[in-house]
Each structure stands twice: as C-alpha cells, then as structure tokens.
Design a protein around this ligand. Structure first.
Ligand code: DGJ
Length: 725
C-alpha cells in the first residue's frame, strides 16, 4: 500500500511537469494545464481525432487509442461520428468544415491525414496533408499550463504547383464530450448596448455568432462558454473560448445528429476567397480555449488573469490604469485651447492622471461632416499648435492623450480630395457613407504607410502619452479594385493584418505610448485587439444602470483592468438620472474615467468626485489585478453585486447596486467569496448603508452569514472595503 502511494505521487509529479505527453505506440497526445486536459489521437487511417476535453487527467495510458468508426447507415457515415480536430471539406462530411478549398481545376475534395509532428516544451505542431496532393495544414497547439488555457490556430500552405483558393479557413474545432442538455452563453448587442450576456440551450443544428462588418462588431463578440446545463456562476463545468480576430469572424456551435457538440471558429467564410499561389500560405487567427469546474466566474477569472499577464501590452509589467478625464461629452467638437485648459484645471485637483482631448482638434472638424483624414492641428482652435495645452496639462501633473480616427476619411477633406482611390469601394457603385465618412483601405501598402507616418509624426512632435484610436463605421461595398478581381477579397484579412502592423510599429517606436481601443464604444474588442491596447472603450452608453449589464457581459470575456468606464452627466441617453455616487461606483469597477462637463459641476460634486477618486486609487490594484466574483447579476436580480479580491488576498472590495426597490423589500444578504475563512477583516463602508456595525468580521462570517446593506428606492448603491488583518 505504501509503495503504491509513493508511486502514485511520483507519477503525478511527472505528469504535472509535462504539459504535453505523447504515447508513440498508441499515437495519443495528452495536453494538460492546471485546470484541464485535452487529448487527441491518430486513427489507423490517419485522421486526427479529439479524445477528450475536460477536467485534468494525469495518466496518458488511461486514454484509448483513436479508432476508426463504422458507418451506421448509408446516411450516417463514420466520418460524421468521429470528432476530427480539423476536418477538411471532403468525403461524406456534412458539418462545418475547418478548411474548404477550390483547386484551379475545380476540384474541391480535401481529406487531411496526419504526416508528422514536432513538440517543443509547451507547443505542439501537427502537420496534416491532403490524401492526394500537397496541400498542407500545420495545426498549432500551445499550452499555457499555469493559466489553464490552450491556444490553437492553423497554417495552410499550398505546396502544389497549381494555384488554389481557400473558401473557409478556421482556427480550430473544439469538441465537447458528446451529450445533450448543454447550454451556450454568448455576447450579443448593438451600438450602445454591447456585450449583452445571452444563455440558451444547445440543440441539434447550428448557432452562429459572427461579424460581417470588417471589424469585431457590436452585434456579437468572439467569445463563448458552454456548460452542461447545470453550471452556475461559481459551480459546475464550463468549456469556453475566445477568438482573437478584429475583422470578419465566425464561431458556430453545432450539435450533430449524433449528439456531438462542436465549436468551430476562425475567419468568417462569408464572402471569403483567399487565393494561394504555389508556395504561399495563410495563418488563421488564434483561438484560445479552456475548461473550468468553477462555473462561469471561474472561466472568466482564468481569462482575466491570462489577458492581464500575457496579452495586454507589457503584461505583468504594465502599469495600473490611470484615472483619466475625457472631454468628449463635455465639449463634443467644440474644442479650443482655452476651453480644454479650463477643463484640465478642474480635472487635476480631482486626482485625474491622464487628460484626453477627443474629436474636433484637427482639420476642418467642427462637426462630423468634414475634416476626418486631415490630421493637422486646427489653427483657429489651437493657434500655437497643441504644445501649449500639452505643457499646461503636464504642469498640472497629468499625462496628455489625443483622440484619432486614422482609418477614416470624410469626403469633405483634403485627403479624400487628393486620394479618392484610397477608400474601400467597388468602381462605379455608390460609396455608402456612415456618419458622413468612408473607410480608408488599410490593405493598400500606401495607405498603411500614410497612416503610420501621420501617427508617428504626432507622437514624435508632441508629448503624447496616449492615443484614443477610434473607428466609427463598419465596412460597406468592400472592394479593392487595384488588387484585381481574383485577389480583392483578401481585403478582409489584409486590412486587419495591416492595422495590427501599424499599431505594433507605433508601439515599438514609441514604447511609452499607450492606446485606447475604441470603435464607437465596444465595436472592436477581441483578444487580438487587446494585445495592442492598454484599455478599451467599453460602450458609448455611459448610463450607470445600462452599464451594469454591459459590464457583466464584458467581464465574461475581458479583464476589468482594461474596461474603461467614465462618470458622465445625467440625465443620460435613456433620460435617466442616477446619483453621482452610483455613477462613480459603477465606473470604479473597471479603469475609472471622468467624462462629465466639469464646468457645470457644483462644489459638492467636486467634493464627492475627489473622495471617490481617492478611494479608487486605494483599491484599484484590487479591481484591476484581483479576482472578480459576480455575486448578483443585473439580468436576474433587483440588485447587482460584484466583489473583487486582491491577488494576495489582503484586500477585497464589494460594490452593491439596487435597481428599483418595490414593496419596501430589503436588499438580499450578500455572502462574499474568495476570502480566508480563518482570517479576520477590517470592514469599512464607503457610506452609512452597511447594516453590520462590527468593525471586524471573520472570513467565515462574511462568506457564510454575509453582509446586509440598506439600499432604498431607485439606483441606490454602496461600496465596502475589507482589509485582511
Ligand atoms: C465615438 C466614441 O466612442 C466617443 O467616445 C467619441 O470619441 C466619438 N466617437 C468622437 O467622435
């Protein structure tokens, strides 16, 4: 018995130290993270089949070899019963393919079989090839053992002597254990109503989430979570994934007739045609996947930590997000040197650290009808350029940020008059304007260079710490005449790649420069966009009540650290008024900003704002780098409660909001999470609404008995800070 235990321990330690194991005899892989395992095998005929995805396994010998199934009927071929890792569209396969091609002779059958593999530490590349010709696909797997995540994508190469066209190129297929009763969570929405969390049953057929708009889009976000139908916020198995692509993307969730549940994602195959000449290749976007036993909250926390530490610029080394002021809602296009200086004078004493002037500082930009594209300082508004304002802001102890929308042009602009051919268009067809603007075609090398040079010049000339990079319309008439008919649909991919390149070059040349990713609010948020953004503009909707749901959805997939949230004036876009304290507490759950018209504030507003910003600076390490527990959802409750626990467990912060009290009902007791049962915590209410008056409470009491807050009427709110003793 004793020997047996020792052996077990030794084997477990060995397994833990290896994120990728391969059993050469049975041709089986086991990929393991702290939270999950993922297994694949090669069938006798050479198909690469998924064998498992779920809670961690440690013993590769437990896994069966991949077997070749038998046809069930002439309508139910074996190919439909196998969980292929990356099925080509070929043979009798009727589900979503991972790759679909057309050869120059019209041949479209593609059957991928294993050729070889290469493993290096945490990465595994498996080379597959068509059974007849040299169309090669390398499947890339990267294991992030400590983050509980896998990254997958594919490189498709034409090694034949003839051209071919790719019609669908996916990053990965994620196979869940076959079964019924699954539930899908996804994020949908529209402008000013982004990241609305939807939950619905998975059933036979296909659910499609996608963007056809050229950018990630407000309509849907490339993230999914699937649970077994019984998971809750903090319990139960959840399989989840996030795709990194800021252009047209597509994720399908399919349940086949055989109860297989497959999630396929990558480039949107709609209007997709990517020619590959001999020797050329195409890389598909990264698709990250994970599994958590700790419900949706557990899944989100895995993504948050991964993003904070490995995706956002600087990762672990990146600074805490500063408190910013943005002038947009105060002045709209009406920016002047004196007006901005007056706002800066009022913002600095509040504790603001970054002052951002928004749209309207350049060209003939007095409204949204003219000037986009002409990135020269408007001499009437800033007779001496931006330097005096920037110096003023810097002297007040704040960094300076500037709004830009580099991908766009108003037809009424010098740039468009000089280069009407630089926009996306189909010759002879209308050029649909949205917000009076057209998309510059970033896929063109000359346009890409022009945009880089404009931004590089601004960043070199002025002491700019931060660009708010906006993008205020979706594509229409997506033509690229200069590329020629055969190649012009490459635009969908080339545009996004060039956007990434500009951002990467800019950051490399100006290492201190930070970028806010904005697309009319949250129209371009995905894991590859945030690799280049220090924070993102979550939504143009800054109504505090609406934000509770937008932020709930946002934090399913993305870290609070990058979730820019402003306090603005009321009544807001719904005509609703919420107390200033509530607006602060909502915004303090992410990267806090102020976007109000400070010229209209009363002395008591300044006093409250100064206090709240002071509190935020005390707790922002916990908000931005801690663990988030969504204790009560705005979708299902009359209260929303969120709790953040610092990574070292020393501080925790609770935010509670009452939406609309009825029948004099008390707000529910709040049982906290993530604390140390044995420890005691000093309790500090931010106002007098905490019913418990004990100055110190144990973790056990806080988590099991809970806190009570006296929240009354409409849009009441409170915050509680806990310090571990
Ligand atoms: C849309 C953004 O989301 C707003 O915050 C603001 O920057 C405007 N564009 C300016 O045009």
């Amino acid at each position: 018995m004793r020997t047996c235990l020792v052996l077990l321990a030794a084997t477990a330690a060995f397994a833990q130290s290896q994120s990728i194991q391969f059993d050469a005899t049975r041709k089986v892989w086991l990929l393991t993270t702290s939270q999950s395992s993922y297994a694949m095998g090669i069938s006798p005929e050479g198909s690469l089949l998924n064998l498992y995805w779920g809670a961690p396994l440690w013993r590769i010998a437990d896994l069966p070899a991949a077997v070749q199934r038998r046809d069930v009927s002439s309508f139910d071929p074996r190919q439909m019963l196998e969980n292929e890792e990356f099925p080509g569209w070929g043979g009798p396969r009727y589900y979503e393919p991972a790759l679909k091609i057309t050869r120059d002779d019209g041949g479209r059958d593609l059957v991928l079989h294993y050729v070889s593999h290469r493993q290096q530490q945490d990465t595994l590349d498996i080379t597959m090839k068509d059974i007849r010709d040299d169309i090669e696909v390398v499947l890339h797997y990267q294991v992030f053992p400590q983050y509980g995540l896998l990254r997958r994508n594919a490189t498709i190469s034409n090694r034949t002597q003839r051209p071919l066209t790719i019609e669908s190129a996916q990053s990965a297929v994620w196979n869940l254990p076959a079964g019924d009763g699954y539930q899908l969570s996804y994020l949908s929405g529209r402008w000013a109503s982004e990241t609305q969390l939807i939950r619905e049953p998975v059933h036979q057929g296909e659910i499609v989430m996608e963007s056809r708009k050229g950018h990630t889009s407000h309509y849907a976000n490339p993230w999914f979570a699937i649970d077994n139908g019984n998971a809750s916020e903090e319990n139960g198995p959840v399989w989840f994934g996030a795709l990194g692509w800021s252009g047209n993307w597509r994720i399908t969730v399919e349940q086949t007739a055989y109860r297989q549940v497959r999630v396929t994602g990558g480039f949107n195959s709609f209007d997709f045609a990517y020619p590959l000449a001999p020797g050329e290749h195409l890389d598909t976007p990264s698709f990250y996947g994970g599994y958590s036993r700790d419900g949706y909250g557990g899944a989100s926390r895995l993504l948050h930590r991964f993003e904070r530490e490995t995706i956002v610029p600087g990762g672990l080394q990146s600074r805490l997000r500063p408190v910013l002021y943005n002038s947009w809602e105060a002045t709209t296009f009406n920016v002047t040197e004196a007006g901005q200086e007056a706002l800066a004078d009022k913002a600095a004493p509040l504790g603001v650290e970054l002052f951002v002037i928004d749209d309207g500082w350049f060209g003939a930009r007095n409204n949204d009808r003219a000037g986009l594209g002409d990135w020269v300082v408007n001499p009437k508004k800033f007779p001496n350029g931006l330097k005096p304002l920037i110096d003023h802001v810097n002297k007040l102890g704040m960094d300076f940020g500037l709004w830009v929308e580099p991908e766009m042009v108003n037809p009424d602009s010098d740039l468009y008059r000089a280069h009407p051919d630089w926009v996306i268009n189909f010759p002879g067809r209308p050029r649909s304007e949205l917000r009076n603007q057209l998309n510059l075609n970033l896929a063109r090398e000359d346009v890409k260079e022009h945009i880089f040079n404009v931004l590089d010049k601004l960043a070199s000339e002025y002491n700019i710490r931060y660009f708010k990079w906006d993008m205020n319309r979706s594509f229409a008439e997506p033509g690229w005449p200069e590329a020629g008919a055969a190649n012009e649909r490459k635009l969908w991919v080339a545009y996004v790649r060039n956007l990434y390149e500009i951002l990467d070059r800019l950051r490399a040349k100006h290492p201190k420069l930070e970028i806010e990713d904005c697309s009319g609010g949250g129209g371009r948020i995905d894991i590859e966009a945030i690799r280049r953004a220090d924070e993102v503009w979550t939504s143009d909707n800054t109504d505090a009540f609406d934000r509770l749901r937008i932020q709930e959805g946002f934090t399913q997939a993305y870290a609070p650290k990058i979730m820019s949230a402003w306090v603005t004036d009321v009544p807001n876009m719904n005509g609703r008024s919420t107390p200033l304290a509530t607006r602060f507490l909502v915004a303090m759950q992410g990267a806090l900003g102020v976007g109000a018209n400070l010229n209209k504030w009363a002395p008591e507003d300044f006093a409250l704002a100064t206090k709240m910003i002071g509190v935020y600076k005390r707790i922002r390490g916990t908000i931005q780098l801690g663990n988030l527990y969504r204790l009560a959802s705005p979708r299902t409750n009359d209260v929303t409660v969120n709790q953040y626990v610092a990574a070292d467990g020393r501080q925790s912060v609770v935010f509670a909001f009452r939406h609309s009290q009825q029948y004099n009902t008390a707000a529910p007791t709040i049982c906290l999470r993530g604390l140390d049962e044995k420890a005691t915590y000093k309790i500090e209410g931010l106002d007098n609404k905490l019913i418990e008056k004990q100055p110190v409470l144990s973790g056990a009491y806080l988590m099991n008995r809970g806190l009570n807050v006296n929240l009354r009427g409409d849009f009441d709110s409170t915050g509680v800070i806990l310090e571990k003793q």
